[in-house]
Each structure stands twice: as structure tokens, then as C-alpha cells.
Write a new protein. Structure first.
Length: 422
């Protein structure tokens, strides 16, 4: 087995050599690819490269880790994809299956990779996995028992050639399903609906707007399953402890999948008790006086940031980073309705200013410390400082998690500083 890596060094090199893996570092050689029996590509590596072309000409199969692992796991796969909400929904579904006493393993694009679940997999193990477009584009036979497509919006256009290619990659979650499988789809999303028409799986709909005659939705104080004129109550809305209407939509989607899988309503409701979501996803950070601080660093595209801003009143949003595509002007309407200002950060700060400065005041900050300080001043006396970047983090930080941690550290520093000054 050969691992080829463009970097000269990386953390696991010694452990891999000890396990008998041959390492090729500092670049890729065509011969390594052309003479391979199988190439397994990391999701972060585009396959449109000359070394892959030469391998294809030699008939070498090129797949990703998700595809490889799916050929070896013994239990059924529940796959969750979408532009936003995947991690929260995946985690919540894992809790629902566990509450029902199922043998469940959660991971994929978050946590434990599917390949790391193979050894412990049994026919009774339910593998609940978040799957990204990068993972799906290299699938060949990947077949989930239940596939959930939450939503679709422009994203990752720094990697995919266009929106159509991004949508096509997402739609591969349904590609190998059969009539005994299930596809749970967002009835309110035109792209999801169009890309799921004609699939072999049984299609089940959920609707954030409630506009379906058959499917899952919110009706008053309950998440329900509607069948014609009949409403079956599943989960009381009061059990949901997540912030934001879009988070409630994720719960509706999870309830749809759990119902298809035979999870009882009691287990669904118990799974929600005490579930406040994930770190860096609409995460309450605290207060300074009557100003609240919320960390949504994982809102790395425009649609996610729009939903975040829509969830609060008196918002001062920290927007910017490394731009991935989309239209920042889509933030104009929620900011006009709910915003007090924007703090533009990172490489995209000029784009943020250009798109939004005639809707709310826009201030550019040169660091996260400066951004938090400016935002606090603009949000007083009773607003919300919201980190909703609509961009990737790779200009100032190694990932969205580091960005979120630094944001929280700066909020705490400001709080302590204010306490000392009083």
C-alpha cells in the first residue's frame, strides 16, 4: 500500500510507516498512479488532475473513502447531505437511534469516518453518516438504506466548476438506491425536488413551510406526519431546545427519517431533551449586559448566514473570510429586517462592504479581537453579536472550529475587561 502526499511532512507519517505503508511525500509521480490497483482519494483532493487522467487511461479505478468503506460495512447506512444542517441532523439522528436501543455508529464527514466503523460493523449496526458533495462525487456503488437531502444553495464554487456540478454531486446520494430504500427530501427546495424525481427509492417529503398533503411538518405546537386529512403527532415543539427556525426544520427532517426507520416517538422526544446543538452551530456564547453573543462559525455559505441572521432581532453580524461563491446581496433582506450593522472580516471584507454598506452600517476589522469589540459597541444596549461569516475560514484560521474558538475567547476577554473596568 502506498500513500502519496504533496506535503513533505505530516503528523501520522511515523505511525503509517510502522504499519507497513509506503510513503511518497513532497509530490505525486505518474508511475505510482498508473501502476495502482485502486486509488482512494481524500475528499479534499480534486480528481481533475493529470496524474488521475493517466491512471484512468490505464483502467485504474478511482474512488473515495466513503465508497471504499460502504463496500465493507455490514449494517444499513443512513446518509444525510445538504448545504447546511448536516452535522446537527446527523448527530440528532444518532441520538434518536440510540434512545431506541439500536446499535448505532455516527460519523462520516463529522467525527468517525465510515472506514473507521468497518471493524465494529455488524448486520444490526445502523451507520448514520454525514456525507458531503466531495465524498459523494467519488462514489460508484454507495447505497444508503435511507438518504436525506436537507436543502441546497450555492456553495463550494471554489471547488466545483458550477452550481450544476455541485447539485449533481449531492444527487448521487440517491443514485444506487432501490425500491426497498427511502429518500427523504425537502419539499420546499426546488433543486432537491427536481434532482430526486424519477429515483428508484420511495420518496418521503418534509416541508419547512408545511405545504404538503403527505409528509412531515410543523403544525401548531407539534411536529407531525400528515397523511391526507390525518395528522399523527410525533414530537412536541416544546421539546426542541435548539436556536433558530432553521434548526426546527432539521428536527422535522430527522423525525421523518426516524419514523421511516421505525424509531418510536418516545425515543425521538427523549433524544431532544438536553440537546442544544453542536459547538460552532448557533451556539450561545454568553452575555455582556443585555448584549448576547452567538457563535455560528459553521455558517460558511451565504444561505447559512441568511438563516442565522433571520433568527434574531438587533443583529450585528460578523461576515467575511475566504469567499467560496454565492451572492452576498442575499443578506440584504434579513439585515434590513433584523440588523443593526455588519463587521466585515478577512479577505472578503471588500466584497462584504460593497454588497451591504447601503443597507446597514459596515465596519471593517483587521482581527477577531477588533471585530468583537466593534460589534459589541454597535449591538448595545440589547442586540445580538452574531458570528455568521458566509465564508470559509482559511484566510485567518485553519478551520471554522478555530475561528469559532477565537471568537469565544475574544468575547470572554471583553467580558472580563468590562468587569474589571466597573
Amino acid at each position: 500500500m502506498v500513500l502519496t502526499e504533496s506535503r513533505q511532512t505530516f503528523d501520522d507519517a511515523a505511525r503509517l510507516r510502522q504499519a507497513g505503508v509506503e510513503l511518497e511525500v513532497g509530490g505525486h509521480t505518474s508511475a505510482t498512479f498508473e501502476n495502482a490497483d485502486l486509488i482512494v482519494v481524500s475528499p479534499g483532493v480534486p480528481t481533475e488532475q493529470p496524474v488521475f487522467d493517466s491512471a484512468r487511461r490505464n483502467g485504474v479505478e478511482i474512488i473515495g473513502e466513503l465508497e471504499l468503506a460502504s463496500r465493507w460495512v455490514k449494517g444499513p447506512i443512513v446518509a444525510i447531505t445538504g448545504t447546511k444542517g448536516k452535522s446537527t441532523t446527523t448527530t440528532l439522528l444518532g441520538r434518536m437511534f440510540a434512545e431506541d436501543g439500536r446499535d448505532v455508529m455516527v460519523g462520516g464527514n463529522i467525527g468517525v469516518p465510515l472506514s473507521a466503523q468497518v471493524e465494529a460493523s455488524t448486520p444490526d449496526t445502523v451507520h448514520v453518516v454525514e456525507v458531503s458533495s466531495f465524498q459523494l462525487e467519488t462514489t460508484v456503488t454507495f447505497r444508503p438504506w435511507i438518504a436525506l437531502w436537507l436543502n441546497f444553495a450555492d456553495d463550494h464554487l471554489d471547488r466545483h466548476p458550477d452550481v450544476g456540478a455541485y447539485a449533481a454531486a449531492k444527487a448521487r446520494v440517491f443514485a444506487n438506491q432501490q425500491a426497498t430504500d427511502w429518500a427523504v427530501v425537502n419539499a420546499d427546495d426546488p433543486t432537491v425536488m427536481a434532482r430526486s424525481r424519477g429515483i428508484a427509492a420511495q420518496r418521503v417529503m418534509f416541508s419547512p413551510s408545511g405545504d404538503v398533503s403527505e409528509g412531515f411538518l410543523v403544525d401548531g405546537d407539534w411536529i407531525v406526519k400528515r397523511t391526507g386529512t390525518t395528522l399523527e403527532r410525533l414530537i412536541p415543539v416544546s421539546a426542541v431546545e435548539l436556536t433558530g427556525r432553521h434548526m426546527l426544520n432539521n428536527v422535522v427532517a430527522a423525525a421523518a427519517v426516524a419514523t421511516v426507520a421505525g424509531v418510536p416517538t418516545r425515543a425521538m422526544t427523549h433524544a431532544l431533551r438536553g440537546f442544544h446543538g453542536l459547538e460552532h452551530v448557533m451556539e450561545p456564547v454568553g452575555r455582556i449586559g443585555d448584549v448576547r453573543f452567538v457563535n455560528d462559525s459553521k455558517a460558511t455559505n451565504v444561505e447559512a448566514a441568511r438563516r442565522s441572521i433571520d433568527s434574531f432581532e438587533g443583529v450585528v453580524a460578523l461576515v467575511g473570510g475566504r469567499f467560496k461563491g454565492g451572492d452576498l446581496r442575499e443578506l440584504r433582506a434579513p439585515l434590513a429586517a433584523h440588523g443593526r450593522g455588519v463587521i466585515a472580516i478577512g479577505e472578503a471584507a471588500p466584497l462584504v462592504r460593497e454588497a451591504l454598506q447601503d443597507v446597514v452600517p459596515v465596519v471593517t476589522a483587521a482581527s477577531m479581537r477588533e471585530a468583537v469589540s466593534h460589534a459589541y459597541v454597535a449591538a448595545r444596549p440589547d442586540g445580538v453579536v452574531l458570528l455568521a461569516p458566509a465564508c470559509a475560514s482559511f484566510d485567518w484560521f485553519k478551520d471554522y472550529a478555530e475561528r469559532g474558538r477565537v471568537f469565544k475567547e475574544e468575547v470572554e476577554r471583553l467580558r472580563v475587561q468590562g468587569t474589571r473596568e466597573r
